[in-house]
Design a protein around this ligand. Structure first.
Ligand code: ATP
Ligand code: MN
Length: 461
């Protein structure tokens, strides 16, 4: 089972027993009489203090134990009094797994910029900041599965490679095994995808929703939680080319049930992180964003304000504010508009019933002929965090909309068929995992909440 973690040792009361721990040296200080090492193993934000008497160890060994070196320490777990850490380890034995040349190890000094750390994404998990972010990322994933499992949802693995190009969520990455320089061509001179691996054009998925709907129409309540891909060239602090999405789909849910679920889930997840990641949140609060904890507490306790898109347009217009993008009914809301709304209501806002021309084909049409049963959740600090809708369950209405929008109907035959056989009202939404990560960590750039970000011109590591 391995040695105890630093987290376990810091919580241990087995004083004066012998323990062995493994980790990486964060700092080393001292003199000829005594050496202090701060050793961290990633299990917790805190390092454990190791105290060594230099006369007990070979000089060469001690010299190699520098910042970044990996070590095993065996010694007595000693209770400390009146200090930050409850225990320290008095070393009897020191072993060096791997040294880290101080002349070149990039994480020597404290206080590297986040931009610099992106260039060394292979080493940044060893910083306090990324240790905290990655532990929170884990806790948030676990909380999502827990939330759904406890409420009778089934986890669905929707495909990553998709043959339908009609999901309507943006540019896609092609998946192919054809020769890029000399692809086979048909009589018209076009690339012959019949000769490609799947016998047709395929892409990386932009969403698992359509497959999620198929499963919800059999299992009732399902969710996907997987990677999604968008080849849009949006170089913003809120967009990645590869990101993770959570997509619940529920049979027999209307748009109001859908909003209730979205609100309940977001509040649960924020409260979960406050409860289970207190040390990491406190660290990020101290280092980056002194309002983080307060913002999380406020969101967890809030009631999301609900209004229609049309009411939001009226409110924005009445504000008299000069926006960079003018406000008009029918136009998509920009970040500045979303910010104004969350500021106005001092908390999360759910907007519904958007103009149908700016939304996807599968959203349920309202009787007014102008709007659809869409719902977006806007969050302070983030803007859009969830996009969802009640789905169009009427075969004819859906088919007409697909034709109207010039979407290749053949590729959606299977989707349309579920509206012919036992169709029911149903709803769902997509929650961007990294957008929620931005909110709960207070980080300002989405590149800093995923281990290895994929963005335009960047797929290193
Ligand atoms: P935006 O307008 O912000 O680009 P969108 O309308 O394209 O978002 P949807 O297609 O509705 O987003 O996707 C559902 C959710 O996935 C969004 O609410 C957001 O949280 C997240 N999301 C969308 N695109 C990205 C991206 N490129 N990187 C990270 N998260 C994203
Ligand atoms: Mn987008």
């Amino acid at each position: 089972m391995g040695s105890p973690t630093v987290k376990e040792l810091l919580a241990s009361t087995a004083y004066d027993t012998n323990v062995t721990l493994n980790g990486w040296v964060r700092t080393k200080r001292g003199n000829k009489k005594i050496v202090f090492l701060a050793v961290n193993d990633g299990s917790v934000i805190h390092s454990i203090q190791v105290v060594a008497d230099p006369t007990k160890f070979e000089e060469e060994l001690l010299r190699s134990v520098t910042t970044g070196a990996a070590v095993a320490v065996t010694g007595k777990l000693v209770r400390t009094e009146g200090r930050d850490q409850p225990v320290e380890v008095h070393a009897e034995k020191l072993e060096l797994y791997g040294s880290a040349d101080p002349a070149s190890y990039p994480l020597q000094k404290k206080g590297h910029s986040l931009e610099f750390l992106r260039e060394i994404a292979h080493l940044r998990p060893r910083t306090n900041t990324f240790g905290a972010v990655l532990r929170i990322r884990h806790a948030l994933s676990y909380a999502i599965h827990t939330y759904f499992n406890d409420r009778g949802f089934f986890y669905l693995h929707s495909p990553i490679i998709t043959g339908s190009d009609a999901e309507g969520a943006g540019e896609m990455f092609r998946v192919t095994t054809l020769d890029a320089v000399n692809p086979p061509r048909n009589k018209k001179g076009h690339v012959d995808f019949k000769k490609d691996f799947f016998g047709k054009e395929t892409n990386l998925t932009v969403s698992g929703q359509l497959e999620g709907e198929m499963a919800a129409l059999a299992l009732g309540k399902v969710y996907t939680f997987g990677p999604t891909f968008r080849a849009e060239n949006s170089n913003t602090p809120r967009h990645l080319a590869e990101f993770w999405m959570i997509e619940p789909e529920m049979a027999f849910y209307d748009i109001h049930d859908n909003m209730d679920l979205a609100e309940d889930m977001l509040k649960y997840l924020v409260a979960y992180i406050l409860d289970h990641c207190a040390d990491d949140v406190a660290f990020l609060n101290k280092m980056y964003d002194q309002e983080l904890t307060a913002r999380l507490q406020s969101a967890a306790a809030s009631t999301f304000h609900r209004m229609s898109y049309t009411e939001a347009i009226d409110l924005l217009t009445a504000s008299g504010k000069e926006f960079e993008y003018p406000v008009s009914w029918g136009a998509d809301l920009q970040k500045e508009h979303e910010n104004h709304l969350v500021d106005h209501f001092k908390g999360p806002v759910i907007l519904s019933d958007y103009p149908r021309d700016i939304k996807a084909f599968y959203m349920k049409q309202n009787d007014d002929g102008k709007t659809v049963r869409a719902m977006d959740v806007l969050f302070p600090w983030i803007g859009e965090i969830i996009g969802g809708s009640q789905r169009e369950e009427r075969h004819e209405v859906l088919q007409n909309r697909i034709r109207e929008m010039n979407i290749p109907e053949e590729s959606l035959w299977w989707y349309l068929e579920t509206r012919k056989y036992g169709t029911v009202p149903h709803s769902g939404f997509g929650l961007g995992f990294e957008r929620l990560m931005l909110f709960v960590t207070g980080m300002t750039n989405i590149r800093d909440v995923i281990p290895f970000p994929r963005t335009p011109q960047n797929a290193e590591f």
